[in-house]
Design a binder for this molecule. Structure first.
Ligand code: MV4
Length: 450
C-alpha cells in the first residue's frame, strides 16, 4: 500500500478521497489554489500545499507545480479525482517518469478510450455492440459518403472522435443536411479539440443512458457492478442518477455487464472505470464511451452494493487483487443521487457563486451527503458549480424517492441559488415515479414551453 497520497483535486471529491485514504491508514496531502486555502479538503488532509492562483490552469491543472508538491511532501501516489487531470495521459506519463503512481488505469487505456473512433473499432473487435456507423473518420470529400449514410439510415449523428460529453455532435435528419453537418462538426471539433476527425452513427431516438461500474486488477481480472441509470441530464450534464435502473431486467443486466467487462478487458483495465451504453426502447444496447476515472455518481453504486469504490480504486492501483466476483454482489436496495449545483434553474442555470450564509445538510435514515460546503463558505466562480450530492437509499425505489424528497425539504441552504428546487419537481413527477426516464425527460416534462 502507498505511504502518502497527494489528492490533485478540490471540492466534494477531494474530501471523499481523503476519507478513503484515512480509512486505509495512508497519509494524505491536499493541494489548493490561493483562493481555496479555507476549503474543507485542506482542513481534512494531514498537510497541504498551495499550487498556484485561482484559475485552474495555474493551479489544479498546473502539472509542474503539482509534481513539485508531491516531491516536496514525499507522496508516492497521486489521486486525480474527476475532471482536471483525471484523463490527461500526459499527466499520467509525467507521474510515472517521476516514480509517482497515478491512481488510475494505464496511459494506453486512457488514450484508447479517449479516441472515440479507435474505441469503437476496439469494441467491435472485442465483440461489444456499437451503434451502426462508419468505420473510421468521414469527410465530405469522400465520394461514398452518401451511400454509406443511406446504408446506415437517417436520422444519423455526426460525432467528434476527440469528443465525448456531447461536444461537436450534430444530428442529421435528411441527406440534404449531411454535408453541411459534417463540415460544421469538423470545424467545431477542430476548434474544441485541435482534431477535426468526425464519424457518423445511426441516431438512437429517446435513448436511456445506462452505465456499468467496472473494477480491474493488475492480474487481468475484471468485475462489473449493477448499472446506473443517468438518463436525466441537461445539456449533457447529469442531474439525477439511480441504481439499479427501473428499465433493466436481471437478464439484460447480466448481458450488458458482461459486455462492459469485455470492454474493460480489451484495454487491460486496472482500477475503477465506467462503460457507458445507449439503450433504445426495445432494450438494444450500444457502447457509447468509457470513462477512465472515478465518477461523480459513484456513491449510488456504493450504497446499493456496500462496496467502497474509492478504497478499492486505491487498493487496485497499489497492486492488490480483486477479492470478489460480479456474481457475489447483491443489490441491497435502491439508490438515487441528486446533484446540487450552485446554479439558478430559473435563469437558464447561470452559475450562482457567493457566500453560503446558512447551511443545514439533510440526514437520517437512508441519506448520505457528499459536500465540501459549510456555513459561511464562499463558493468561488473559478470552478465547477457542483457543491454537493444527496444520495437517498431505500429498500425499494418508492422509498428512495420518498427519502430524497424528505431530504430535499429538510436541507437549508441560503445565500446562493441551487438546483434543489428543480430536484423536488423531478422527484414529484408522475413520469419519474413510473420510472419513465430517458434523455429527453427534462425538456419534455419539466421545461416544456420554456
Ligand atoms: C448518441 C445519441 C443518439 N444516437 N448517439 C450524448 C453525449 C455523448 N456522449 C453521446 N450522446 C448521444 N449519443 C447516437 N448514435 C444521443 C446522445 C445524447 C445523449 C446521450 C446520453 C444522455 C443524454 C443525451 C442527450 C442528448 C443526446
Amino acid at each position: 500500500m502507498f505511504k502518502k497520497i497527494l489528492v490533485a483535486n478540490r471540492g466534494e471529491i477531494a474530501c471523499r478521497v481523503i476519507k478513503a485514504c484515512k480509512e486505509l491508514g495512508v497519509k494524505v496531502v491536499a493541494i489548493h489554489s490561493e483562493i481555496d486555502k479555507d476549503c474543507a479538503h485542506v482542513r481534512l488532509a494531514d498537510e497541504s500545499i498551495c499550487v498556484g492562483p485561482g484559475p485552474a490552469s495555474e493551479s489544479y491543472l498546473n502539472i509542474p507545480s503539482i509534481i513539485s508538491a508531491a516531491e516536496i511532501s514525499g507522496a508516492d501516489a497521486i489521486h486525480p479525482g474527476y475532471g482536471f487531470l483525471a484523463e490527461n495521459t500526459y499527466f499520467a506519463e509525467v507521474c510515472e517518469s517521476c516514480g509517482i503512481k497515478f491512481i488510475g488505469p494505464s496511459k494506453e487505456a486512457i488514450d484508447k478510450m479517449g479516441d472515440k473512433i479507435a474505441a469503437r473499432e476496439l469494441m467491435m473487435k472485442a465483440g461489444v455492440p456499437v451503434v451502426p456507423g462508419s468505420d473510421g473518420p468521414v469527410s465530405i470529400d469522400d465520394p461514398n459518403i452518401f451511400k454509406l449514410a443511406k446504408k446506415i439510415g437517417y436520422p444519423l449523428i455526426v460525432k467528434a472522435s476527440a469528443g465525448g460529453g456531447g461536444k461537436g455532435m450534430r444530428v442529421v435528419a435528411t441527406e440534404e443536411a449531411l454535408e453541411n453537418a459534417i463540415a460544421m462538426a469538423q470545424t467545431e471539433a477542430k476548434a474544441a479539440f485541435g482534431d477535426e476527425s468526425v464519424y457518423i452513427e445511426k441516431y438512437i431516438e429517446e435513448p436511456r443512458h445506462i452505465e456499468f461500474q467496472i473494477l480491474g486488477d493488475s492480474k487481468g481480472k475484471v468485475v462489473y457492478l449493477p448499472e446506473r441509470d443517468c438518463s436525466i441530464q441537461r445539456r449533457h450534464q447529469k442531474l439525477v442518477e439511480e441504481s439499479p435502473s427501473p428499465f433493466i431486467s436481471a437478464h439484460l443486466r447480466r448481458k450488458m455487464g458482461r459486455a462492459a467487462r469485455h470492454a474493460a478487458e480489451a484495454v487491460k483495465y486496472v482500477t475503477v472505470g465506467t462503460v457507458e451504453f445507449l439503450v433504445d426502447k426495445s432494450g438494444h444496447y450500444y457502447f457509447m464511451e468509457m470513462n477512465t476515472r472515478i465518477q461523480v455518481e459513484h456513491p449510488v453504486t456504493e450504497v446499493i452494493t456496500g462496496i467502497d469504490l474509492v478504497k478499492e480504486q486505491i487498493r487496485l492501483a497499489a497492486g492488490e487483487r480483486l477479492t470478489f466476483d460480479s456474481g457475489d454482489v447483491k443489490i441491497l436496495g435502491h439508490a438515487i443521487e441528486c446533484r446540487i449545483n450552485a446554479e439558478d434553474p430559473d435563469r437558464d442555470f447561470i452559475p450562482s457563486p457567493g457566500k453560503v450564509t446558512q447551511f443545514i445538510p439533510p440526514g437520517g435514515p437512508g441519506i448520505r451527503v457528499e459536500t465540501h460546503v459549510y456555513p459561511g463558505y464562499t463558493i468561488p466562480s473559478f470552478y465547477d458549480s457542483l457543491i454537493g450530492k444527496i444520495i437517498a437509499m431505500g429498500s425499494n425505489r418508492a422509498e428512495a424517492i420518498a427519502r430524497m424528497l424528505r431530504a430535499l425539504d429538510e436541507m437549508v441552504i441560503e445565500g446562493i441559488k441551487t438546483t434543489a428546487p428543480l430536484h423536488k419537481k423531478i422527484m414529484q413527477h408522475d413520469y419519474y415515479h413510473k420510472g419513465d426516464v430517458y434523455t429527453d425527460f427534462l425538456p419534455k416534462h419539466i421545461f416544456r414551453g420554456r
